[in-house]
Ligand binder design. Structure first.
Ligand SMILES: NC(=O)c1ccc[n+]([C@@H]2O[C@H](COP(=O)([O-])OP(=O)(O)OC[C@H]3O[C@@H](n4cnc5c(N)ncnc54)[C@H](OP(=O)(O)O)[C@@H]3O)[C@@H](O)[C@H]2O)c1
Length: 406
C-alpha cells in the first residue's frame, strides 16, 4: 500500500539552478512532500513567486532589505509564509523538527554552516553544495556519523557512483571488491579550444556550458575543470576511496554520469539525460523511486558515446586538486577558498581566465598545508585567511600590471 505521510523539505538556495530543479521535481510530488522553508541570498522577486506557488512555512533571505521587501509583498498577497532575515536563520530553518529532508544547494562555503546545522540535527541531507564537503573533509563526514544524519549526493557523478555501489557499501573498497571509480567529465566549453585561445575568453563564454545549465560559479569551475577537481575531492571523502583509485574520464555527451569498476572486471554505470532533476528525484525518493515525468533516454538519438583522457596540462586545476587532496589536512580548503575568490574576480573581469590556475598554485604554495582541520572554527579561520590573502594577491598583481603599463 502507498504510504500517505508527507515529508517536510527545506531547500537552502531555492532560487539557484539546483534549488529550482528541486522545486520542479517537488511540484509533481505534492502528496509526498511539503515545503518547510525556502532560503536564498537576495533574489526577493523569485522567492516571492516560489512562496506563492509552494506556500512554505518560512522564507529566509540573508539580505535584510530584500527580506523587508518580501515581507511587505507577501503580506499584501495574503500569504501565511513567515519571512526571516540573516545568515543565522539559514541554520534555524535547516534544523527545524518538521524538515526531515534538507537540500543543501547554496553555492560555495557560504553554505557550510547551514549544511552542518542540518547534519547536526540528524537530517537527510541532499548534498549539492560540494564546497562544504571539500573544505570540511573528514570533520564533515565524522559529523554525519556522529549525529546519525543521512548524506545523499546530488552532484550527478556522485549520485551515479552511489547508485552503482553495492547497497551494503560502508567505505571499504577492498571488502566490496571495487577496483576504481571512474568519474566522468563533459570537458566543459573549452574541451577542444587550443590552449592559446583560452587567454582571452570572456565570462559569458566560460559560462556557456555545452550540456548543463548551471549557476555562474560552477559554470566557470567546469570551464577550468576545477569542478572536476573538487569532485575528485568530494568522491574521496564521500566514498572513502584513495585519489589514485579515482580516474577522470572525459565523456562529452554527459550521458554516463560515472562508473564503478569491480575486481572481476565488471563496470557498472549510471546513465540518464543531462538533467539535474534525475539525481534530485533519486535522492528525494531514496530508497524508493519517485514516479516522475522526466523524459526517457533516447538511445537512437544519442547514437554514440565517446571517451577521452583528461588533459592535465591544458587544465592545471585538475593537477592542483589531486595535489591538494594528496597533501590533505587544510590543503583542499585552501584551494577552494582561493578558487572562490579567483572565480569571482574573473566573473567581474578583473583577472583573465588563464590567471585562475596560476593564482591558485601561488596561494596553495603560500600556506602551510599541514594546518589541521579539527573544528568548524579551524575551517572558518583558514577559509577567511586564504580569502584575504588571495584578494590582496590579486590587487597587488593588478597594481604591478598597471605600473608596467604606465
Ligand atoms: N547547477 C548545477 O547543475 C549543479 C550540479 C551539481 C552540483 N551543483 C552544486 O550546487 C551548488 C549550487 O549550485 P547552483 O548552480 O544551483 O548555484 P546558483 O544557481 O548560483 O544558486 C546559488 C543559490 O545559493 C544562494 N546563495 C548564494 N550566496 C549565498 C550566501 N552567501 N548565503 C546564502 N545563500 C546564498 C543563491 O541565492 P540568490 O539567488 O538570492 O543569490 C541561490 O539560491 C553549488 O555548490 C554547485 O557546485 C550544481
Amino acid at each position: 500500500m502507498e504510504e500517505k505521510v508527507s515529508r517536510g523539505v527545506t531547500i537552502l538556495g531555492s532560487t539557484g539552478s539546483v534549488g529550482m530543479s528541486t522545486l520542479q521535481v517537488l511540484a509533481e510530488q505534492r502528496e509526498k512532500f511539503h515545503i518547510v522553508a525556502l532560503t536564498a541570498f537576495s533574489q526577493a522577486e523569485k522567492m516571492f513567486e516560489q512562496c506563492l506557488l509552494f506556500t512554505p512555512q518560512y522564507a529566509v533571505l540573508v539580505d535584510t532589505s530584500s527580506a523587508q521587501w518580501l515581507t511587505k509583498k507577501l503580506h499584501e498577497a495574503g500569504s501565511t509564509t513567515k519571512v526571516l532575515a540573516g545568515r543565522k536563520n539559514l541554520e534555524y530553518t535547516a534544523s527545524l523538527p518538521d524538515a526531515e529532508i534538507v537540500m543543501a544547494a547554496i553555492v560555495g562555503v557560504a553554505g557550510l554552516c547551514a549544511t552542518l546545522a542540518a547534519i547536526t540535527a540528524g537530517k537527510t541531507v541532499l548534498l549539492a553544495n560540494k564546497e562544504s564537503l571539500v573544505v570540511g573533509g573528514t570533520f564533515f563526514m565524522d559529523a554525519v556519523k556522529k549525529y546519525g544524519a543521512t548524506l545523499l549526493p546530488i552532484d550527478s557523478e556522485h549520485n551515479a557512483i552511489f547508485q552503482c555501489l553495492p547497497e551494503t557499501y560502508a567505505g571499504d573498497k577492498t571488502k566490496s571488491g571495487i577496483r576504481r571509480i571512474l568519474l566522468t567529465a563533459s570537458g566543459g566549453p573549452f574541451r577542444t579550444t587550443p590552449a592559446l585561445d583560452m587567454r582571452n575568453v570572456t565570462p559569458d563564454q566560460a559560462c556557456a556550458h555545452p550540456q548543463w545549465k548551471m549557476g555562474r560559479k560552477i559554470s566557470v569551475d567546469c570551464a577550468t575543470m576545477m569542478n572536476k577537481g573538487l569532485e575528485v575531492i568530494e568522491a574521496h571523502f564521500l566514498f572513502h576511496i584513495a585519489p589514485k583509485h579515482i580516474q577522470i574520464v572525459v565523456h562529452p555527451q554527459s550521458i554516463i554520469h560515472s562508473l564503478v569498476e569491480y575486481t572481476d572486471g565488471s563496470v557498472i554505470a549510471q546513465l540518464s539525460n543531462p538533467d539535474m532533476k534525475t539525481p534530485i528525484a533519486h535522492a528525494l525518493g531514496y530508497p524508493k523511486r519517485l514516479n516522475t515525468s522526466i523524459p526517457s533516454l533516447d538511445f537512437f538519438k544519442i547514437s554514440q558515446l565517446t571517451f577521452e583522457e583528461p588533459d592535465f596540462i591544458k587544465f592545471p586545476c585538475l593537477r592542483l586538486a589531486y595535489k591538494a587532496l594528496e597533501e590533505g589536512a587544510g590543503a583542499p580548503a585552501i584551494l577552494n577558498a582561493a578558487n572562490e575568490i579567483a572565480v569571482e574576480a574573473f566573473l567581474k573581469e578583473r583577472i583573465r581566465f588563464v590567471d585562475i590556475p596560476r593564482i591558485l598554485a601561488s596561494v596553495l604554495e603560500h600556506f602551510p598545508r599541514t594546518l589541521p582541520i579539527r573544528t568548524l572554527t579551524d575551517i572558518i579561520r583558514l577559509d577567511k585567511a586564504v580569502r584575504k590573502f588571495t584578494q590582496t594577491y590579486i590587487i597587488n598583481e593588478l597594481q604591478s600590471v598597471e605600473q608596467k603599463v604606465s
